[in-house]
Design a protein around this ligand. Structure first.
Ligand code: C2O
Ligand code: CU
Ligand code: CU
Length: 501
């Protein structure tokens, strides 16, 4: 890894350079506004909705991974990667019960993989590090959508290269619909009142290219937030009610999200689908890979800004001179929203109940327990080994997983493939902001904290291909903070076929 400037040094330098140009500093410690935020806001780009083609009851999608460019900063062409385009990817949409096929052709000049984050599906179709797509090759996963409606996403997962591939722009949403969600009268007009908001961050070189220097502690933590791939954007609402699907696609940054006027809003869904009932909040914390769907109501003509407001408690990380600064107190303006015209009709009452079936936690009587201790780049004292299967699951029932962040001054963000879980408890921390509501696939872990998870897995027994569990801070994942499990038929032993290098 290359030479390292501490973030503190970097910000001091940047402050001097930009001092004259920036009027209102909005971030902490007198930091200047990030690059691109002093210009006029641009309209929020909406990734194209992609429903594929329905052929004989099977939904067929086709995408490429490719190099291209994007105007991340106004007026500057930045080299990026994208799905079927220069940057990010289309928003896939499918319905519960449908059979899905995706043809992914890799037009990059290096190997990648594509993982369906949050999807329950066979391990061979999951797109983890054992499913490389070589340059020029096409990979065709198939599965049946067998889970509740949710905001999922897709991104690369190549062994030790995930952070860089995501950072260059390979990420997109995957929306699942079902009858429960359709019957609730929620906003569902994509790009109109049902808005995808993909939050990421980058750092730029002086000439506006992506700075790909990987810091040994902070990885590719950026100083400039992007929403749907650009800096400083605005959404003009045409309705008084918006459903905003928030995805933290950042590799390292956590966002504590709120509105500029601290207005209350409702969370209606977390990672794996609807909550049992809307929850009124005035902020929500999203670690890397986490999603929520929120409902926000607007008055005609009003202006409000979705902001990342920082955490006063610094996520439980000490704030001394020698403590690492993961950016938990950084504040950013992310998205300006303008209310609709006066003639926009009043929205209906928000339903008091969303998905009652989401209320119950799995029955854990007799369920196997497993413990995971996260420390620096290791889980249970071990680094990822592509040829080691850490454990097998040979039953259909739920499991009780206990996950502890043993570090005193590092955050972690634990994710499980082919699964959804309820956070039964989070102890050992004072950080009350961690999102624990509803069914999830990723949970934020402040230093010293322990989460108890009631986990349900998809059931596609296969003793040749593993699923991953890992920290979703992508530097941590790439450095080995990941393990492998298999879902196998009762009594079956793993028979992992090592990937030929
Ligand atoms: Cu977002 Cu292993 O995945
Ligand atoms: Cu995943
Ligand atoms: Cu981690």
């Amino acid at each position: 890894m290359s030479t390292r400037f501490s973030r503190r040094t970097f910000f001091r330098g940047a402050a001097v350079l930009l001092a004259g140009a920036v009027a209102a500093a909005c971030t902490r410690n007198g930091q200047p506004e990030p690059r691109g935020y002093d210009a006029e806001p641009r309209p929020l780009p909406i990734p194209p909705l992609y429903e594929g083609e329905l052929i004989d009851g099977r939904r067929r999608f086709q995408v490429t991974t490719q190099a291209g460019s994007a105007e991340i900063l106004p007026g500057i062409v930045t080299t990026t990667w994208g799905f079927s385009g220069g940057h990010l990817g289309p928003t896939f949409r499918a319905h519960r019960g449908e059979d899905v096929t995706v043809d992914i052709t890799n037009e990059l000049d290096e190997m990648t993989t594509i993982h369906w984050h949050g999807m329950k599906l066979p391990a061979w179709a999951d797109g983890g590090p054992h499913s490389p797509i070589e340059p020029g090759a096409t990979w065709t996963p198939e599965w049946t959508v067998d889970q509740p409606a949710a905001t999922l996403w897709y991104h690369p997962h190549p062994h030790e290269r995930t952070a860089l591939h995501c950072y260059r722009g390979l990420a997109g949403m995957f929306l699942l619909d079902d009858e429960v969600t359709a019957g609730l009268g929620l906003p569902e007009d994509y790009g109109v009142d049902d808005i995808p908001v993909i939050i990421a961050d980058v750092k730029f070189t002086a000439d506006g290219q992506l700075d790909e220097e990987i810091d040994p502690t902070f990885g590719l933590l950026g100083d400039t937030p992007l929403v749907n791939g650009i800096t400083n954007c605005r959404f003009q609402a045409t309705t008084r009610r918006l459903r905003v699907r928030l995805l933290n696609a950042a590799g390292m940054r956590f966002h504590h999200l709120a509105f500029s006027d601290d207005r209350p809003f409702h969370v209606i869904a977390s990672d794996s689908g609807l909550l049992a009932a809307p929850e009124e909040v005035d902020s929500v914390l999203l670690g890397p890979a986490e999603r929520v769907e929120i409902i926000v109501d607007l008055e005609p003509g009003e202006e409000v800004t979705l902001r990342s407001v920082g955490l006063d408690n610094n996520f439980g990380i000490p704030t001394g001179e020698n403590s690492p600064d993961f950016g938990f107190q950084d504040a950013f303006n992310l998205l300006q929203i303008t209310g609709p015209g006066n003639d926009a009709p009043q929205p209906p009452e928000l339903p008091g109940e969303l998905d009652p079936a989401a209320q119950a936690s799995p029955d854990l009587r007799g369920a196997p327990r497993r413990e995971f201790v996260l420390n620096t780049f290791e889980i249970n004292g071990r680094l990822m080994d592509m040829e080691r299967v850490d454990f097998v699951i040979d039953h259909r029932g739920p499991e009780l997983w206990t996950v502890t962040n043993e570090n005193a001054d590092w955050p972690h963000n634990f994710h499980i493939h082919d699964a959804r879980f309820k956070v039964l408890s989070l102890t050992g921390t004072d950080v009350a902001e961690v999102t624990t509501s509803g069914w999830k696939d990723t949970v934020a872990l402040p230093p010293g904290s322990t989460a108890e998870l009631a986990v349900e897995f998809g059931w596609h027994p296969d003793n040749t291909m593993p699923y991953m569990f890992h920290c979703h801070m992508l530097l941590h994942e790439d450095m080995g903070m990941m393990g492998q499990f298999m879902v196998v038929a009762p009594g079956q032993e793993p028979d992992l076929v090592p990937m030929s290098e």
